[in-house]
Design a binder for this molecule. Sequence first.
Ligand SMILES: NC(=O)c1ccc[n+]([C@@H]2O[C@H](COP(=O)([O-])OP(=O)(O)OC[C@H]3O[C@@H](n4cnc5c(N)ncnc54)[C@H](OP(=O)(O)O)[C@@H]3O)[C@@H](O)[C@H]2O)c1
Length: 350
Amino acid sequence: MYKGGDSIKTSVLGLGTVGRAFKEIYELNEDKISKSLVRDTSSYPKDNVTDDFTVILHEKPDVIVEAIGGVEPAYTYLKQAMEQGIHVVTANKDLIAEKGKILRRLALENGVNLKCEATIGGGIPILSTINHYLKRDTVVKIEGIFNGTSNFILTLMSEGLTFNQALERAIEGGYCESNPSADLKGFDVARKICVLLQTIDYSFIDWRAIEVVDLEAIDPIWFKYAKANDLKVKLIATIVLGPVIQAELEAVLVDKNDRAFAVDYEKNYIHFESRHLKGTSLIGYGAGGSPTGYALYQDVIDIQENDVLNLQDKRVEPLDIYGKWVTYNDKFEIYEGKRRENSIRLRSEK
Ligand SMILES: NC(=O)c1ccc[n+]([C@@H]2O[C@H](COP(=O)([O-])OP(=O)(O)OC[C@H]3O[C@@H](n4cnc5c(N)ncnc54)[C@H](OP(=O)(O)O)[C@@H]3O)[C@@H](O)[C@H]2O)c1
């Protein structure tokens, strides 16, 4: 199994917005990608692509980068890859939110890395900040704008465009996925909250239990009101990591003093409140091929340089030593670990 080194053999699954951008960045800096999985091979040089995943496995890459999206067949592919000792990197938050628990266990069992920086915040190094810099700190609260598409649309609506006009511009700009409903209905943010909780707390929750906001349901009158009063409409996600976890996505009006005020268009931000660092904010491009492709590339490089969260690290390995899995309200599961004694609650009290 690949344990880091000078050269690394990498395959990509899916050559859409993100997969293509990743391939371009990778090949600019490294060797050529060994082989890519696409659905329709007709518009690519024959040697570079296949539509058969077994061909990818047969090539024995060190790392497989997944950028096809959705739960299946991505889950089956990554499972098979890990079982064959191949490290995996993914941009797919749907997959991690839905299957994160089993995939993380599979990674442990097979001694491979499962890296997913690109699943949240596009190119903003959110998960690596949690896994490295904040690793020994205690994060008590996280807030942020975690969806570039909806923030792009909100920004254009603040500038006077209708929802449909703004959506069209987001599609033209490549900020929307082929089916943008998860972005617009807030489900995308709920899934990202799951990825954050998995990373920071080993809590595995069902994203459907998180209260979210449907962008289309925001009354256009608020944009007029905001403009007249020097305010902005923003969708802010909040996670409170107390004895119980509270998480939600809310539509709010913010003024100039709010850190979300200047975060416009496809930009995202995240703010961590933690015991030692007090307050740490990151801001950057939360969507788009190039930033997301770069996040995938950096994950691959971390594997190559062996600069990854050590799988034997006490924060990851002792799942069954430090705590246990508990079903809560028949709805979702939480890992009751060392740091958290109680159950989980997913709605702050108003
Ligand atoms: N776009 C962003 O800004 C962004 C940001 C962060 C994370 N992500 C995540 O990145 C992933 C990819 O997103 P994207 O925007 O690049 O989507 P996309 O443009 O729709 O690309 C997906 C690609 O995967 C291909 N594909 C789908 N199923 C396949 C299969 N079974 N075998 C081979 N190829 C398959 C599609 O081929 P066809 O064209 O033939 O369908 C398409 O080329 C998603 O998980 C998304 O959530 C995207």
